[in-house]
Design a protein around this ligand. Structure first.
Ligand SMILES: [Zn+2]
Length: 319
């Protein structure tokens, strides 16, 4: 599904002679892509050239500079593709502006008719088409691209950011949780792994408080199993509980988790010094991921988690 809604950029206003936002967007996009802007979009008649840009190219014979004529067509509001009539006389326009390449910068797609025309002249000039799909792909995969996108597509970007959260910048150091077994950074992985909490098995539930001996975080699967075997062979009388780290990173689950830990402490649960320090380290490193809205996917996940009996009890005030 497309992320950027090109209708956020207003339609061209040739009649008012105002600089068109779409052309300004083309200028910012191409300079983000490393092109040097030779002639800026300006008012009034443009003689078939919205922009002229240059890019250095390094080849066998050294460095050459390629000059491109840029043609901007903003048809997102009608939704129709760019036809040979919309973008005519490409060859003449390119040579009259002393360029050797043509860039079509389109908020929709190029029609098959136009693609045919371009194929027919590709022996004489180079061409590139930046259509809505290619523009979006380029912008969304870098921080600088996102800045450009945010300027021209504020509504689209706000929705996208909610569903692609970045950790908030809260502490001087980047958050980090390294797998106890293989030392890989869990926060960089798609699957953030699991946190396991090891407590002493109680014989007298009435009078014996819960006692947490160790807290560890590891990759899911092999590392988790290796650690588990190691602990069980070394220390008898311990049992483990675990949580998906990605679950605890969800704002709603995080606060429920924190509150239930407070409740346990209040009831007399004991943590070893080591376990308590680990718990604090975990919460501190998860926190930057938590300061945000829920993504749409998480909203569903939280709802299904709340259906599980152990999660019932709202935010855990009583549990
Ligand atoms: Zn690991």
């Amino acid at each position: 599904m497309p992320v950027l809604d090109f209708k956020e950029i207003p339609e061209a206003h040739k009649a008012t002679g105002l600089q068109d936002t779409f052309e300004l967007f083309a200028r910012d996009f191409l300079s983000f892509m490393g092109y040097k802007i030779i002639s800026h979009p300006d008012r009034g008649a443009d003689g078939g050239a919205d922009l002229i840009v240059e890019k250095k190219r390094t080849g066998v014979g050294g460095e050459t500079v390629v000059r491109w004529l840029v043609s901007c067509k903003h048809k997102a509001h009608s939704g129709s593709s760019v036809s040979p009539t919309d973008d005519g006389n490409i060859l003449d326009r390119v040579s009259s502006k002393k360029c050797c390449g043509f860039i079509g910068f389109y908020s929709t797609l190029s029609s098959s008719g136009l693609s045919g025309v371009l194929e027919g002249i590709k022996d004489r000039i180079e061409f590139q088409i930046y259509d809505r799909e290619r523009i979006e792909k380029e912008l969304l995969h870098s921080a600088r691209g996102l800045e450009v996108a945010e300027r021209y597509f504020p509504i689209s970007l706000a929705a996208w950011k909610t569903n692609n959260p970045e950790p908030a910048k809260i502490f001087a150091d980047e958050p980090s949780l390294k797998c106890k077994v293989c030392s890989k950074e869990l926060l960089d992985k798609d699957d953030k792994g699991v946190i396991t909490l090891w407590q002493r098995i109680r014989t007298d539930y009435e009078n014996e408080p819960e006692y947490f001996e160790h807290i560890f975080w590891t990759c899911r699967g092999n590392c988790d199993r290796a650690l588990s075997q190691n602990i069980r062979s070394k220390a008898k009388g311990l049992t483990d509980g675990w949580e998906d780290i990605a679950d605890v990173m969800m704002p709603t689950v995080f606060i429920k988790w924190a509150i239930s830990i407070l409740n346990e402490l209040h009831r007399g649960t004991i943590y070893s010094d080591e376990a308590f320090n680990q718990l604090k380290e975990f919460l501190l490193n998860i926190y930057p991921f938590v300061c945000r809205h829920l993504t749409d996917k998480e909203k569903e996940r939280v709802q299904s988690l709340m259906m599980i009996p152990s999660y019932l009890g709202g935010l855990g005030y009583e549990g």
